[in-house]
Design a protein around this ligand. Sequence first.
Ligand SMILES: N[C@@H](CCC(=O)N[C@@H](CS)C(=O)NCC(=O)O)C(=O)O
Length: 232
Amino acid sequence: MTIQLYDLVGADPARPFSPHCWKARMALAHKGLPFEAVPVRFPEVATLEGGEGRTVPLIRDGDTVVQDSFAIAEYLDDRYPDRPMLFEGASGRALTRFVESWMQRTIHPYLVSVAVLDIHALQDEAGQAWFRARREALFGKPLEEVQSGRTPEAAGAFDRTLEPLRVTLKRQPFLGGETPRFADYVVFGGFQWARVASRYRVMPEAGDPIRDWFERCLDLHQGLGRRTPAAA
Ligand SMILES: N[C@@H](CCC(=O)N[C@@H](CS)C(=O)NCC(=O)O)C(=O)O
């Protein structure tokens, strides 16, 4: 049976933008599992599948519902071990947790600080009201003040935080080594979010190992990532 992936979109259902949903999309494609993306908007997320406080990505595989991108990747490896693995064993899972934390704590906050107004602009009217109310309550200030990172100083600091990623990708084509693993999709999800949501450039220029890796990731799985165009 085809797996359903509840996937966050804004006004345009053809432009999935959520970093966490991109991780799940890439994970499903990596496993070679057919899936149907079910577009959902922010105000609908919390009550999906009769739940409370739901987040996306959320998948339904037959009778099984799994929430959270990392849990989805673990589930897919556990349930479909005969297909390409997203993690190499228990230590692969543990090390990928570090990559997830690094993304959440250092990369995502910068992306929010340069693109939050663009993410708001992607939503339909109800989604915009929902997003502004929730995010302003979370940050304790207007979205216009949250988006404070478009400065040369912030860009320089961001570039320095990318150095471990750059050095690693100079040595090997993927974080997973010769082939991609879930760790690649965790990082890809953040940069794909920025690419789809905002024209503000956070991706290093061509020739940078991070840019080369990102282009390779866009091409994976018959160009799944590239098929959603960059913000124009
Ligand atoms: N740790 C979760 C985070 C999921 C998450 O924060 N999803 C956001 C969309 S990017 C969401 O569902 N937001 C809806 C809400 O906050 O009500 C994962 O990796 O799946």
